[in-house]
Design a protein around this ligand. Structure first.
Ligand SMILES: C[S@@+](CC[C@H](N)C(=O)[O-])C[C@H]1O[C@@H](n2cnc3c(N)ncnc32)[C@H](O)[C@@H]1O
Length: 280
C-alpha cells in the first residue's frame, strides 16, 4: 500500500515534456489562434497550471473565428490554464495580469500583423517586423534568468527577409540557436492564418524555424561566471548573484514607479486628513 502510494506520488511529480517545453517551465503563449498549440502542451503535461495562453482577439472573436476554439479553451481551463484575451504582444509587459510575472518560456508561433498588402512589399514587411520587435522587447522584460523567448517563423522568401535575429539583438536578446520546426512534433496543433475571412484555415508551412533567444545580459553574465547554472531552480544563491548584475530598464522603471506611488500616498494622506501645515 505504502509502496503504491509512493509510486503514485512519484508518477504525478514526473516532469513531462514535448519538444522544447516541459511541465516545470512557466510558459506564456502569445498571439494564439485557435489555442490548439497551448492545448497540445497541456495534453502532453497532463496539466496546464504552468501555462498562460493569450490571444489578441477578444474571447467572442476567437470563438467566432475558429471552429475548434470553444472546445480548446474549455479543455485548457479544465487543465488549469490561465487564459487571457485582448493581449497585445507589443504592450504585454504592462498588462494587469502579466506585469508582475516572469516566465521560463515565452512563445509566439508565426507572428503576423494581418493581410494588409503583398507579403513582399517592403512597407508590409516593416509592419510585421515592428510586431516581432515589439513582442521581443516586451518578452525580454518578462523572462526568468535562463528563460527563453521562442519565435517560430517561415524560412522561405519573403518571410526569411524579416531578419528575426537582428530584431532580437535590437531587443536585448541573444540568439541561442535556430532549429528546424516540424509541426508533427506538436500533436493536435493547427496553424491558422488568423486574419480575414479565412482566419480558420491553415497556411502552407514549407520550411520553418524556431528562433530561441535568451536575455543578452543573462547570457553574458552566465558565460563570465566560472560555474554557470543551467536552471534558476538549481542554485538560488547563484540566481540572486547573477540576477543583481542584470542591467535592465524594467527594474529602473519599477523603482521610479514605486517612488512615485510613495509620494502619491503621502500627498493623498496629508490632503485627506487636512494635515497640511496651515499658514494662518
Ligand atoms: C498567422 S497567425 C498565427 C496564429 C497562431 N499563433 C498559430 O500558430 O496558429 C498570427 C497571429 O498573430 C496575432 N497578432 C497579430 N498582431 C498581434 C499583436 N499585436 N499582439 C498579439 N497577437 C497579435 C493574430 O491575432 C494571429 O492570431
Amino acid at each position: 500500500m505504502w509502496r503504491y502510494e509512493e509510486q503514485n506520488l512519484w508518477s504525478n511529480n514526473e516532469v513531462k515534456s514535448v519538444k522544447h517545453y516541459n511541465s516545470e517551465n512557466e510558459i506564456l503563449l502569445v498571439g494564439e489562434g485557435d489555442f490548439s498549440f497551448s492545448l497540445c502542451l497541456a495534453n502532453a503535461f497532463g496539466s496546464a497550471s504552468n501555462i498562460v495562453a493569450t490571444s489578441l482577439d477578444s474571447y467572442d472573436d476567437v470563438i467566432k473565428k475558429y471552429n475548434g476554439a470553444a472546445t480548446n479553451l474549455l479543455r485548457l481551463r479544465s487543465y488549469g490554464a490561465q487564459l487571457l484575451h485582448r493581449v497585445d504582444a507589443t504592450k504585454m509587459q504592462f498588462h494587469p495580469y502579466l506585469r508582475n510575472r516572469k516566465f521560463d518560456r515565452i512563445i509566439y508561433n508565426f507572428p503576423h500583423a494581418g493581410f494588409i498588402g503583398l507579403e513582399n512589399d517592403p512597407q508590409v514587411i516593416e509592419i510585421h517586423r515592428n510586431l516581432v520587435r515589439g513582442f521581443l522587447k516586451n518578452a525580454s522584460c518578462m523572462l526568468h534568468l535562463d528563460g527563453e523567448v521562442h519565435v517560430t517563423h517561415k524560412d522561405t522568401n519573403p518571410f526569411n527577409t524579416w531578419n528575426i535575429e537582428e530584431l532580437g539583438t535590437q531587443s536585448s536578446l541573444q540568439l541561442l540557436e535556430c532549429v528546424k520546426f516540424n509541426i508533427h512534433d506538436y500533436p493536435g496543433y493547427n496553424n491558422k492564418r488568423g486574419d480575414g475571412k479565412r482566419s480558420d484555415e491553415p497556411f502552407p508551412l514549407g520550411k520553418c524555424k524556431t528562433f530561441k533567444f535568451t536575455s543578452a545580459s543573462a547570457s553574458s553574465s552566465s558565460s563570465s561566471s566560472s560555474s554557470s547554472s543551467s536552471s534558476h531552480h538549481k542554485n538560488p544563491l547563484q540566481y540572486q548573484e547573477i540576477s543583481s548584475q542584470r542591467t535592465n530598464v524594467c527594474p529602473v522603471m519599477n523603482l521610479v514607479f514605486q517612488i512615485f506611488m510613495i509620494f502619491f500616498f503621502i500627498w493623498t494622506y496629508i490632503h485627506l486628513f487636512n494635515l497640511w501645515p496651515n499658514s494662518n
